[in-house]
Every structure is written in C-alpha cells, then in structure tokens.
Design a protein around this ligand. Structure first.
Ligand code: HEM
Length: 516
C-alpha cells in the first residue's frame, strides 16, 4: 500500500470526503437550529442561534463583551431574544420576579456557572435542593442578628481603613480607594470565614496585587466557561513551567494554593478555631454542620466555598464603593448634602472615632446615596441563567402582550443591569440621583431594585455588604474631606468587561483621591 493511500483511497479523496462530511454536518446542524429547534420561534440573530462560537468570540476573545451584543439584540429584536443555540435572554422588568423568586425551584445553568471552576460552592451549585442544604449554614452566619454580633470585627477593620485615610492626609499622599475598598472587604470576609485572615490593608501595596490577581483570574476564567478543562489542566502544570508565563500566572496559582491550604486547615483542626477568634468562623461552622453529608466537607468543596466567599464578598462591595465615591465627588450638591447630614447627626466626639453601621443605618441621605450607587454599579453584571427542568415557561411581553413558549430545560436569563437602567423605573438612568430613593419616587425605585437579586439564590452576604457600605461611605464623608485626583473620570468606575463582576477599562488607575 502506498503511504498516501488508505484502504485503496488516495489521501486527497479522503480529505475531500472528510471536508464534505464536515460541511454536511455543519449545514444540517445550522438548518436544524435555525428552523426546527424548539427555540426557533424566538427572535434573534441567526448566527447566535446557530453556534455558541458567536458568544465565545465576544465573551472570551473580546474579554467580556458579549453583554453589549445582547443589549444590541434587544434593541433590534425586542424583549426576548435567543442569544445562543440553547439560551433565551429577557429584558422586561415585569418578568424579573417570575424568574427569580423563592417558590419556583429553578436550577442554575451548569454551563454558565462552571466558569470559575468553583462548582462545589453554594454560588455554583446547580440543583436547587442541594443548594438549599449547603446554603443554610452560610445564610445563618449572615443573618441580621449574626451581623450584629460581629460589629467588633467590622470596627477593627474600619479602624485600619480610617487610619489609612488619616495617614494619607498627614503625608499628603494620594490614596487609591478602588484597591483599598476591595482589600478592606477581603480583610473582613476572610476574618469572618477563614482560619487565617488576609489583612491586605496591612501589606505595603494595600492589597493592589491581590486585586490584580482577582481580575486576572476572573478574566482568564471566561475561557474556562467555553473549555472547562483549562483551569484543572493549568493546576496540573509544574510551578516552574507556569513561572515562564510571568508573575501574574504565578500569583494566580499561589493564591489558589493558599485557598486550598485554608480548606485543609479547617479539616485538620476539626472545625475548631485555633486562632484568637472568639466568634464562629464560617468555614468551621460549615465543616461542623450536622446538616451536611461528608462529601460536602471535602477539601475541594471547602476550597470552592472559600474562593467564592472571597471573590463575591470583595469585588461586588469594592466596585460599589468605588462607584459611590466617584459619583458623590463628581456631584458637588450631593457631596455637600451628604457631608451636612453626617456631620450634623453626630457630636464632635462621635466623629473622632470609627462610626459603626448601627449609627449610620438610619440616615436617609447616606442610604439614598448607597442605594443609588448599588443601582448604578450593578456589581453583578453577568446574566443569571436559570432552568426549569420540569415545566415549560410562558413569557408574555409586558410591552407587546405577545406570548412565547419556552420549553422545559431551556436556560432563561435576565440581567440586573437591564432593570436598573430601565427608563420607565429610573428616568435619566445614567445620572446619579440619590433623591430617587427619598419621598414619593422611593416606592417605584424600590420596586425595581435588584442589586442583590431576589428569591432563593439571592445574595447571602447582603446584610454584611450593607453594613460595609454604610461604614465605608459614612466614615469617609463624615470624618474626612476628600477631593478627586485630576483625571478621574466616569470610565474609572464604568463597566467595560463583563466578567460576572463589572471590570473597568484596563488602563484605569482606579478611584484615586486626596484626603485634605
Ligand atoms: C455590594 C455588594 C454585593 C452585591 C451587589 C452582591 C450581589 C449578589 C448577587 C446579585 C448575587 C446572586 C448571583 C446569582 O444569582 O448567581 C449574589 C450571590 C452571592 N453573594 Fe453577593 N453581593 C454583594 C456582597 C456580598 C458579600 C459581602 C458576600 C460575602 C459573603 C457575598 C456573597 C455571596 C454569595 C456566597 C452568593 C451566592 C449565593 C447563593 O447562590 O446562594 N456577596 N450576590
């Protein structure tokens, strides 16, 4: 047999046959997906309906730009669009409560939520029943009464934050609050949940390297969504080889290893606190919980939970705080009103010490600024796909009254940002207007508010987050005089890359301020 032949066929004949088969397969798939799929009646661009490579291009190659395509699809095709061969996206505030509530037991979409390779965390747990079991312990730790008990922990970390502001004032040195806010949130969440706290605000770079690591890892993970073998494979590559890729790749690997180490410590100590922590440490509580089976206490599952607590607890809070700070400093009237409220509500003696959230939670203007910041920041910008495994769903457009049948098993997603920027709920949605949350407009504004999502999969850290937002903004504007660094602009807080968390343009230096 000649080397260029196989079973009597020449190599060129074989190549032609392979090519013809491939073209045939792709054509049949295209025709099926566009004309015969159970989703073929849902409007949307044909290319997006034909192949997931469309999303891949904007999501992975263009780093989190698919959201822009989805927004454009809605402008062209209306409130429901087929954004991939398998998924529909809806932009209609009237449908939000139907999709995200406590009564319907919807699953999360495994394809979408696998991107961080944290599949054992409550965040990425797909099945609603397994989620209920796992989330119980963590929800208890963040209930209003539990957050009240950890006030001393908050005061300690916000004390460090206020000292940094004082030092910055004394040394006349600018402060990058984008980094400081993220690090502050990491210090709080790691103190509350891990055997060892990270104390990033006590490091020379105030945690800037950690913020960079979270961003690099999250952006890289977009590729993992499309090729879920990438992260597990990366973790098998020897450290020296990864080192050839540079510092960033090493930082990612080292931080992941550190999280694994913390999980091992929880197990090795049998869930007992070995540090000076006198309050229940969340991961210890998870490990000791009688409600969880042994498989829910493996190193990998604890490690997944730790990674998510750190990421979810810091990026969201950090981005929201940076957004509020930028907008308050950019609106002199708002800035003045906020300072007036804070400074007239406390004595000089009160203002010498860290203001606790218990003193701040009832101040109307402060909380209006926070609500408005949560809305504009929409710190979870990723779409949130849910699946009803059992029953089909009917979506009726609140605008055209047209109904669409969505088969059981279809991922259906909505984006919090779409609701928060809807003109019928929030007129001039791009403007920072704390007044929306006061007086008569408040009812409508609150009806649309979804920063922490709604229903059974809503944010478990909401109470902690609110306390942190109140303390960070209340202390900053109540106790310090701050000005914007020249050049600071809206792009420094605006969503550019949707990595589930909103990331700004890479060139941004963050929200840099002077304390005067
Ligand atoms: C401004 C701050 C925050 C915002 C805007 C926010 C927003 C959200 C949203 C929208 C979700 C739902 C995600 C989904 O449906 O897939 C969520 C889930 C979650 N958040 Fe937050 N979050 C914030 C702060 C925190 C903090 C401080 C923690 C710390 C514990 C935290 C931990 C979590 C966890 C663990 C989940 C997954 C919950 C589950 O699936 O049961 N978040 N958050």
């Amino acid at each position: 047999m000649a080397s260029s032949e196989f079973l009597g066929f020449s190599s060129s004949t074989l190549l032609l046959a392979a090519l013809t088969s491939l073209i045939g397969y792709v054509s049949v798939l295209y025709v099926y997906r566009i004309y015969f799929s159970p989703l073929s009646h849902i409007p949307g661009p044909k290319l997006a309906a034909a192949t997931r490579w469309y999303e891949f291009y904007y999501d992975a190659i263009k780093t989190g730009h698919f959201y822009r395509e989805v927004e454009q699809m809605h402008r062209v095709y209306g409130p429901i669009v087929r954004i991939t061969p398998y998924e529909v996206h809806i932009n209609d505030p009237a449908f939000f409560n139907e999709l995200y509530n406590v009564t319907k037991k919807l699953d999360k979409d495994p394809w979408y939520y696998q991107w961080l390779d944290r599949n054992g965390s409550i965040f990425a747990t797909i099945d609603s029943d397994i989620h209920k079991r796992r989330a119980g312990v963590i929800k208890k730790a963040f209930s209003t009464s539990s957050v009240a008990k950890i006030e001393p922990v908050l005061k300690k970390h916000f004390g460090t934050y206020c000292r940094l502001l004082e030092t910055s004032r004394a040394d006349k040195k600018q402060l990058n609050l984008s980094d400081v806010y993220r690090s502050l949130a990491v210090d709080v969440i790691t103190d509350l949940s891990l055997p060892e706290s990270m104390n990033l605000l006590e490091t020379p770079d105030l945690g800037a390297a950690h913020s960079a690591f979270i961003r690099d890892m999250t952006e890289f993970s977009l590729w993992n969504r499309h090729f879920p073998w990438i992260t597990p494979l990366l973790l098998k590559i020897p450290r020296w080889l990864i080192g050839l890729q540079g510092e960033t790749a090493l930082n990612v690997i080292d931080s992941l290893e550190e999280q694994k180490e913390q999980a091992r410590k929880v197990i090795a100590n049998g869930g007992k606190s070995v540090s000076s922590k006198t309050y229940p440490v969340i991961m210890n509580e998870v490990y000791k919980s009688p409600d969880l089976p042994p498989q829910d206490k493996s190193v990998k599952r604890l490690e997944d939970e730790i990674g998510i607590l750190i990421g979810a607890g810091s990026e969201t809070t950090g981005h929201t705080l940076a957004t509020i700070t930028y907008h308050v400093l950019s609106n002199p009237d708002v800035h003045q009103k906020l300072k007036d409220e804070l400074r007239s509500s406390f004595t000089n003696e009160d203002l010498e010490d860290v203001l606790s959230y218990k003193k701040l939670e009832h101040l109307p203007y402060l909380n209006a600024c926070i609500q408005e910041g949560l809305r504009l920041a929409s710190s979870v910008c990723g779409r949130l796909p849910r699946i009803n495994k059992v029953q089909p769903t009917t979506y009726t457009s609140s605008i055209t009254s047209q109904s669409y049948h969505i088969p059981a098993g279809t991922p259906m997603s909505m984006s919090i940002r779409d609701i928060h920027y809807n003109v019928s709920i929030y007129p001039s949605p791009w403007d920072f207007k704390p007044e929306r949350w006061l007086g008569e407009q408040k009812v409508l504004s609150e009806r649309g508010f979804a920063a922490f999502n709604r229903g059974s999969r809503s944010c478990v850290g909401k109470n902690l987050a609110m306390a942190e937002l109140q303390m960070a903004i209340g202390n900053l504007f109540g106790r310090f005089d701050v000005t914007k660094e020249e050049g600071l602009g809206r792009a420094d807080v605006e969503l550019e890359h949707d990595c589930f968390s909103p990331f700004t343009v890479r060139a941004s230096k963050g929200v840099v301020v002077n304390v005067v």
